[in-house]
Ligand binder design. Structure first.
Ligand code: NAG
Ligand code: NAG
Ligand code: NAG
Length: 234
């Protein structure tokens, strides 16, 4: 058996590394957000569609049809299931991951460390800040992770509860992005979500767990029945 030369492995690795853009930009300083709000983890879980991504404009291939499911776990962590597509020929590609809260107590905005099962063991956990959300229609997520003593990789995503942002929040989200992401290389790309382009993904059919999205369990007839039973037995 012939062994594969090391350079071929190295080339294949490099090729994979540059092949698909994860929307990462290189920066020497992370942005800081002055937002301050009380994050409610249980209202954040459920399905989110990535509708925009801060984009490296040199990228030739993109992740589209990005759908994720956040499931609230222990101590404010999230289990994440995600699927995306690269090109319209591709089948959905699945990955799973975990987001652990970082300095949860005194953070002004919720910060997490995220790792997917597809992450190279040599790569650091990705830092994730949920810089804005109304839980029910949109979220803006910012990521800035140190890669060496001088540089960080930066990315950001706009998430939506629907494959397109609700009309009443488009203006709000645009204003937020325009006022915060002001660098020349801060260019946004719309993530494709059209039905003819995106294949069905099992992530969309995953259950929704948290209190924020759950249909109220106690409907009025149930409450009335309960009151009736109390009357009958006491
Ligand atoms: C992207 O392309 C431009 C020219 O089109 C070049 O000046 C720039 O250095 C490139 N950036 C990266 C990160 O490769
Ligand atoms: C990552 O997780 C997804 C979803 O659970 C799974 O389909 C995929 O095979 C996993 N990939 C690796 C490299 O473990
Ligand atoms: C850090 O990484 C960037 C991008 O790969 C590189 O340009 C820079 O020279 C590196 N800095 C140090 C101190 O290694």
């Amino acid at each position: 058996m012939k062994t594969i030369p090391f350079w071929m492995i190295a080339m294949a690795y490099l090729w994979c590394a540059v092949d698909v853009s994860h929307g990462m930009l290189l920066t020497t300083s992370c942005m800081t957000f002055e937002e301050d709000y009380n994050f409610k983890e249980d209202k954040f879980d459920g399905t989110w569609y990535e509708v925009r991504r801060l984009n490296d404009h040199n990228a030739t291939q993109h992740e589209d049809c990005v759908v994720m499911n956040y499931k609230l776990g222990e101590k404010g962590s999230f289990e994440i299931r995600e699927s995306y597509q690269v090109g319209d020929e591709s089948a959905p590609i699945y990955r799973s991951g975990k987001a652990e809260p970082k300095v949860f107590q005194d953070a002004r905005i919720p910060k997490f460390l995220e790792r997917f099962n597809t992450t190279d063991p040599a790569d650091p956990d990705i830092s994730i800040d949920i810089v804005a959300t109304d839980y029910s229609s949109y979220a803006v997520v910012y990521s800035c992770t140190s890669i060496n003593s001088t540089h960080h990789i930066e990315s950001a995503w706009v998430l939506s509860r629907q494959p397109a942002l609700a009309k009443n929040v488009v203006e709000l989200v645009n204003l937020f992005l325009e006022s915060r992401f002001t660098r020349d290389d801060h260019k946004w790309r719309a993530t494709i979500h059209t039905a003819d382009y995106c294949k069905p993904t099992s992530v969309e059919t995953l259950p929704v767990y948290g209190a924020g999205n759950r249909i109220p369990v106690l409907s009025i007839p149930v409450v009335l029945l309960g009151m009736l039973l109390v009357r009958l037995f006491f």
